[in-house]
Design a protein around this ligand. Structure first.
Ligand SMILES: Cc1ncc(COP(=O)(O)O)c(C=O)c1O
Length: 433
């Protein structure tokens, strides 16, 4: 890791490469080889935009940041008060049960029943995780190993790809933007390869694609035909618009035989930094995840669990109000972009607008170049589609985390930066189309 030449020093230790059982590679002091599994990770393409944003801000520029799905609004005050009250109780500072206190797991089961009509046994079919990202990563370690393949939606939420790679598995990337084609591609793949796991993620990050209950019925049918396990990432269950509601895979008859589902309090409850997620469903898979977790972590800080119970029990109206906030921001952004000559698909859920790069830029720029242009010339940070894998090329993702005024400002700045090129191209597109 350290390329700096080391000063020559007399070395009296035996050369390990000369001993019969020693390592074959010489490691100098201060030089450490990282594990091979690190090398298996795909490149992290958001680093360039993050670095540029940081530099611009240090130089005094007011960057409007829509690059990350990181909620900017606080949780309900009563939840914060509960956290503080629980933190003031000296009994709450020791290790908590790694899989979540039972009253929290019971609350999750009761939300599933109210929201989706799904009955869950909190003892064996629900555990809490340190956010759903940790849960997913450890689930991969629990059930995937070298030689196993996993169907991963493309474009991809990076942790889906990393989780599989770090567990030694092979990701089979399948385009998920047309859910019925996703189903037929999964079926086709299963005729030649036997994936051990299939990931479904609707509402999808980054594309905001959504599905109805019939999608889950069909994918559960495929799982029982081909014998794969199903992992549903339902991170955006609470951020839905225009009357659309997100179904749960666990509501499908027989789903618990093959599926687990992740939910989170990061998005709808504005508790991203608290790290509260859940995994629910098939008890054997839950048990395997629980086993791995007890080896790696000591669970969530108990006051957070207590406050999370309060949020789950009394927070449905807050969640709905927050979804309305995102819906209004979506309208401001999508209407504004259309007005400056960049019409984009209007999402029905999630915190994202997945925007096709407009002409004439699409034909001459990569998504990274286009995102860099928006940052350099409009002071607006967005995520390049390529950060979600090759299937994301040609798009940028805009997160709805800035307030409506800032979004209007962003649209004005984008309009100025893309200027006449955009107007001319959208005019000719309209004439043709
Ligand atoms: C699809 C998806 N799954 C999981 C997560 C992780 O959420 P959490 O904060 O629960 O770890 C995210 C966060 O952006 C996400 O977009």
């Amino acid at each position: 890791m350290n390329d700096t030449p080391q000063p020559a020093e007399p070395d009296t230790t035996p050369d390990p490469s000369e001993t019969s059982d020693g390592p074959q590679e010489v490691q100098r002091p201060g030089e450490f080889r990282v594990a091979d599994r690190i090398a298996s990770l795909p490149p992290y393409l958001f680093a360039r935009i993050n670095q540029l944003t940081y530099q611009k801000r240090r130089a005094g520029n007011d960057v409007i940041d829509m690059s990350m799905g990181n909620p900017s609004d606080p949780p309900a005050q009563r939840v914060i008060d509960k956290l503080s009250e629980a933190a003031n109780d000296p009994r709450n500072h020791g290790y908590a049960p790694a899989l979540g206190i039972m009253s929290l797991r019971r609350e999750v089961a009761s939300r599933y029943l109210k929201k989706w009509g799904v009955r869950l046994d909190p003892e064996s079919e629900v555990i809490s995780t340190l956010g759903s990202k940790e849960g997913f990563g450890h689930l991969c370690l629990a059930v995937i190993g070298p030689g196993d393949s996993v169907v991963v939606p493309a474009p991809s939420y990076p942790a889906h790809v990393y989780g599989v790679a770090l567990a030694g598995g092979k990701a089979i990337l399948i385009d998920t933007t047309d859910p019925s084609r996703y189903l037929s591609d999964i079926a086709r793949t299963c005729e030649t390869t036997r994936p051990k796991m299939v990931i479904v993620n609707f509402p999808h990050n980054p594309t905001a694609t959504v599905v109805g209950p019939d999608f889950y019925e069909e994918v559960v049918r495929l799982a029982s035909r081909y014998g794969f396990m199903l992992v549903s990432d339902l991170a955006y269950a609470d951020v839905t618009f225009d009357g659309y509601t997100s179904p749960s895979i666990l509501a499908v008859e027989g789903a618990k035989r093959c599926s687990v589902e992740f939910t989170t309090m990061s998005k709808g409850f504005n508790m991203a930094g608290w790290r509260v997620g859940f995994c629910a469903g098939n008890r054997d898979i839950i048990r395997a995840l629980g086993t791995i977790k007890t080896y790696y972590d000591y669970g969530m800080f108990r006051p957070i669990q207590i406050a999370a119970i309060m949020a789950l029990r009394h927070g449905e109206a807050d969640v709905e109000a927050q979804a309305k906030v995102y819906e209004k921001r979506r309208d401001v952004l999508c209407d504004g972009l259309a007005r400056i000559g960049w019409p984009v698909a209007v999402p029905k859920a999630s915190m994202f607008v997945w925007a096709k790069i407009p002409e004439p830029f699409a034909t001459r720029m990569t998504s990274m170049d286009f995102a860099t242009k928006l940052l350099e010339e409009a002071d607006v940070a967005v995520s390049p589609g390529a950060g979600f894998g090759v299937a994301g090329e040609g798009y940028v993702r805009l997160a709805l985390i800035e307030n409506e005024n800032r979004l209007r400002q962003a649209v004005r700045q984008i309009g100025r930066a893309l200027g006449e090129d955009l107007k001319a191209a959208s005019g000719s597109q309209r004439e043709v189309g």
